[in-house]
Design a protein around this ligand. Structure first.
Ligand code: SF4
Length: 271
């Protein structure tokens, strides 16, 4: 199973210079209480790079912060790429650090998917390709600030994508029945209560606020699916592919939601 607990691919805020709280822009919305441009530190970011309202983000209107994960890019950029010298200590590095952070986040997201695929026995026919891709992306993520700033990360994603697609086909073929595709489907707000979506390709599907109560999403490919406010109560996500913790955090669910191994049940889910 994917080692989603791999500390290198999970955000470690204690070793990060608060990069998501500075480098990313916010638009005032249901997710963020304020507008903030890229490069401006969030008003809640403390001197020690900790969040001043960490324990009350949702009631304070900063729900967006609770569903974000940098996949470990923050600590790599802070401690490795920029050698542990923060944008506060060396303001001349700030611009480049903010440029590099989202690039490394995308590379770490790819590493996360590749790591997952390599742990799947059914994906064995593509393991050699996956391993080579993992080494290549790891090498890119370890690049210098200049190399990372110039990197065409979309091209890297395009190189890796066929391997992830093939992995998805191999795994979903074990689900039985005909292969179903709802790739990129607009399912916003749809009633999918109890839907039989086992082994379905839901890549990039828009499932915002969809009612997936009791749905069977086992072995479904959920890469890039938008699950914001989707109701996963009593749903079965066993063996779901390429699911990420931020996707889960953005959804609703309960104690009966069956999760793939290695995921945390979001604290805001109901009992
Ligand atoms: S509210 Fe806290 S977690 Fe969110 S951006 Fe601001 S400092 Fe970071």
């Amino acid at each position: 199973m994917p080692d989603t607990r791999d500390s290198a691919l999970r955000g470690d805020c204690a070793n990060c210079f608060g990069l998501c709280c500075v480098a990313l822009p916010f638009a005032k919305s249901a997710d963020f209480a304020v507008n903030k441009p890229s490069g401006e530190p969030c008003r809640n970011l403390q001197e020690d790079f900790r969040c001043g309202i960490h324990t009350r983000l949702r009631p304070s209107g900063f729900q967006g912060c609770t569903v974000y994960d940098c996949f470990g890019a923050g600590q790599r950029v802070s401690q490795v790429t920029f050698g542990g010298v923060s944008w506060r200590e060396a303001p001349e590095t700030a611009r480049q650090m903010y440029e590099v952070f989202p690039v490394v986040r995308q590379l770490h997201e790819l590493l996360r998917y590749l790591t997952e695929a390599l742990a799947l026995r059914t994906a064995r026919p593509v393991h050699a390709g996956l391993r080579a891709a993992l080494d290549r992306v790891e090498e890119l993520a370890a690049g210098t600030p200049d190399a990372l700033e110039k990197l065409d990360v979309a091209a890297v994603r395009a190189e890796v994508n066929p391997l992830l697609l093939r992995t998805s086909e191999l795994v979903r073929a074990t689900a039985g029945g005909r292969s179903k595709s709802r790739r990129g489907a607009d399912l916003i707000g749809k009633r999918l209560r109890g839907a039989k979506l086992r082994g379905t390709d839901l890549r990039g599907a828009l499932l915002i606020a969809a009612d997936l109560t009791g749905a069977d999403l086992s072995l479904a490919d959920l890469i890039g699916a938008d699950l914001r406010d989707a109701d996963l109560s009593d749903a079965d996500l066993t063996g779901a592919l390429f699911l990420t913790q931020p996707q889960l955090n953005s959804a609703r669910g309960n104690a009966a939601t069956r999760l793939p191994e290695g995921f945390d049940r979001p604290t805001h889910w109901t009992a």
